[in-house]
Every structure is written in structure tokens, then in C-alpha cells.
Write a protein that binds this ligand. Structure first.
Ligand SMILES: [Zn+2]
Length: 106
């Protein structure tokens, strides 16, 4: 059985380490917008969050937290925050998301 290398990322909120595809990337685009990047392939500096509503609500309610993760020098635009909140509302609650983070199975 060949072991496949699975790229892992850490959620900036709860620090859970998961396979990259199980997390959602937030990206600061070259156009200076901050948006959820469902494909994980958009250009720009990215940060990863669980595909769980709670992690998004925490990062969106703590002012400056997402800015810090993305190393932004200015606050994220209100319209971008509104879109991120809309996106967060489409995510499932944490309990329904994979129960065991990768770092607990090592
Ligand atoms: Zn998380």
C-alpha cells in the first residue's frame, strides 16, 4: 500500500490540522479583496478555516483577527465581510463536520 502525501493546513481559529481539501481557503486577492476561495486556487495570500460555521463566526466577529491571519494592514471592507458572513451561513455546524482532526490520529 503506497502512502500518499496529503497536503495539510491548520485552521486559523481552532488550530485543527486537516487535509487541505477539508478546509476552506480565504484569500486576499491582488485586487485587494478578501473572499472565500472554494477552489483553493485563487492568487493571493491565503488562510485556512474549517468547513464549519463556528470557526467562521469566531473569526468574523473578532475584529482584526482575519486581517492578522492574512497580514493585512487595513481592515477588510464591509462588503467583503458581508459576503464572508453569507458564505459562513451556508456552512454546516461543527458537529456535522468530520469529528477527528488529522493531528489526533497520528
Ligand atoms: Zn477550525
Amino acid at each position: 500500500m503506497a502512502l500518499k502525501h496529503i497536503p495539510q493546513r491548520t485552521c486559523i481559529v481552532c488550530r485543527a490540522v486537516r487535509a487541505k481539501r477539508e478546509l476552506v481557503r480565504v484569500v486576499h486577492t491582488p485586487a485587494d479583496r478578501v473572499e472565500a476561495d472554494a477552489t483553493g486556487k485563487k492568487a493571493g495570500r491565503g488562510a485556512y478555516l474549517c468547513r464549519a460555521r463556528e470557526c467562521w463566526e469566531i473569526v468574523l466577529s473578532a475584529r482584526g483577527r482575519l486581517e492578522h491571519a492574512l497580514k493585512l494592514e487595513v481592515a477588510i471592507r464591509l462588503e467583503d465581510l458581508a459576503l464572508l458572513r453569507e458564505f459562513a451561513a451556508t456552512l454546516p455546524p461543527r458537529d456535522s463536520v468530520i469529528a477527528t482532526p488529522i493531528n489526533e490520529t497520528k
